[in-house]
Write a protein that binds this ligand. Sequence first.
Ligand code: ADP
Ligand code: MG
Length: 692
Amino acid sequence: MIINYNTPVTDIKGVGPKTAEHLGKLGIITMGDLLSYFPRSYLVYGGLKNISELADDEMAAVRVRVDMVGNIRRVKNNMSLLTLEVSDDSGNMVIKYFNMPFMAKAVRKGGYYIFRGRVAKNGREISMVQPKKYSGDEYSALSGSYQSIYPLTKGLSNSQLSKAVKKSLEMADFSEDYLSGDERDYLGLPDIKWAYRNIHDPGSDSDAMLARRRLSFDEMFFFVMYLRKNRELIKDRENTCPMVESAEVTRLIEKLPYKLTKGQTKACKDIISDMTGKHLMNRLVQGDVGSGKTIVSVIALLNAVSNGYQGALMAPTEVLAAQHYRTVSDLTKMYGLPFKTVLLTGAVKASDKKKIYSDIASGEVNLIIGTHALIQDNVVYKNLGLVVTDEQHRFGVRQRENLASKGAGPHILVMSATPIPRTMAIVLYGDLSISAIKDMPEGRKPIKTCVVGESYRPSAVSFIKEEIGKSHQIYIICPMVEASDEDEADPELKNVIEYTDRLKSILGERYRISYLHGRMKPQDKDFILSEYARGNIDILVSTTVIEVGVNVPNATVMMVENSERFGLSQLHQLRGRVGRGESQGYAIFMTSKSDEKTMERLGILAKTNDGFEISSHDLKTRGPGELFGVRQSGELSFRVADIFADADLLQKASDHADKILDSDRHLSAPENRSLKNELEFFGRNYLDFRTI
Ligand code: ADP
Ligand code: MG
């Protein structure tokens, strides 16, 4: 453990108020936060290459002569473009700098320089975009070393962050490792101080991997310890919100336009039996995207409300909360359900909030739907009987617990699409009972998926027109919101705003095209999404904000641009947005990268529909440099650990927890003192996995 964890970042040499402010945006307030902010990947400063040796998409350094310094041109989006023509004995290459006109003065025609950047090959043209320039001496000092690449925020550079981390590593004061030397040997793990040093500043790939393993172990072990404790606390708690099975539930199930699947029926039965039983419910409903978890939660909420309790439904995003609100309101109207529903998200105006709070406190409303605004301290419930959290993997355990602490002891129901095998679920959700929905609603057709390159674009466009002709709707996903002006920006990346404009000019007035992204005002987001749900928009161009849970059964085509940029699980979630009704759903994954590795990786999506298989492939096909790269959204969100890659570690962590707790349940033995301290600290600082 880092004893001086809470030293403010401003005490680190070289970190001024401005840098501290940027760090704050990344959630880094203390030196410990900074040391726990791990690199996303590493780059090795490799040996110099000849131009003729360069491969597409690799990071490489070349020593070249500048043959021509081009004029600075204005290109799209009012960006400036400077082009340099360079060569060595083996060939020619083009260097492009967007919005860096000063580079024209930094080089001189006929001079020799080293440029290091990502290589792009396009036909016969070889280019590097925004490479860094070095002198021979500068580069040989770096050669062979590892550069840690951190996720950044605007105004904060990688080198500023790295410098602050290096200083922190010098300052950090570590307490005795809670794993003894023997235990570390047994587990094959290094000590914690070594791990922190080497995750930030490794000497080799294997050092970085080992450091990551130790930190992953800690994360999983603390998590498991926490679950064990939580299980003790919540296990067999008296049912303080007793209920009977309400006739409303049977009535609704009979009236629904479809028959519940076997899995849905069983889940409802489990839930009712919990809520009417002796103990408080703590249940997880697990089912792949589209398996129909929403209606199961509505049935649970209906039972709670019919028994005179309030129910709460918490979703990870405002978009999803608003959708649930609409779904429930529609059902309420259609079937005369006894819900008095309110939507509470961060977007609600302060003046409206007051009224909502008082309605919640007085019991004027009995179903509260929202985001984590539901668990803020100023929300007081009259008689909360059931809390449902949707897309559980998006929330931290602590948030789940916070909401639970709102009532005398509400029943807890969590919904998740995380495709994990049962054995793993038992460890990860060790404090919950599990109902699995394994079957899909009748008549669902598997989504047809294709992975295609640019040449397919015209066909894709005419296919989209055809589907709109059948009154169906389309999603198009782009990786970015708008053209970025950061150094690393890749001008090839599609962005939502430009894309929408271009699409409008290509397709013309006849099509109703809108866009959606996370930086829009919540009201605007909700408006667009509800218009889309009502069928008033044909094509919705969006970032991945729609990835979680959004349900518009009339949408049949999911087209993803630059799909190589996304994790496979994320693409699987995305395609889960279509094929949710009776019509055939299609996923078109566009990619401009046609190399074998990319095609093989994306090809997995065309081969299987099994979420778990897809997730495990995702990990196998990652290179060591991308270790932390693909932060999966469809998974439990640990900061370092990855439940698929580290399945063995999770088991070890679980066994280790058993061993310790079996012999010393309260951690009162002297040899467990440092562990106990650490856990107390962990409980305060780590448990809110920052994922939303
Ligand atoms: P998810 O499990 O991903 O949350 P949803 O609950 O959003 O899935 O359900 C997806 C769609 O399937 C919704 O339009 C819902 O009305 C529909 N649906 C749910 N259950 C059934 C069923 N048993 N038969 C037919 N359609 C169903
Ligand atoms: Mg859902």
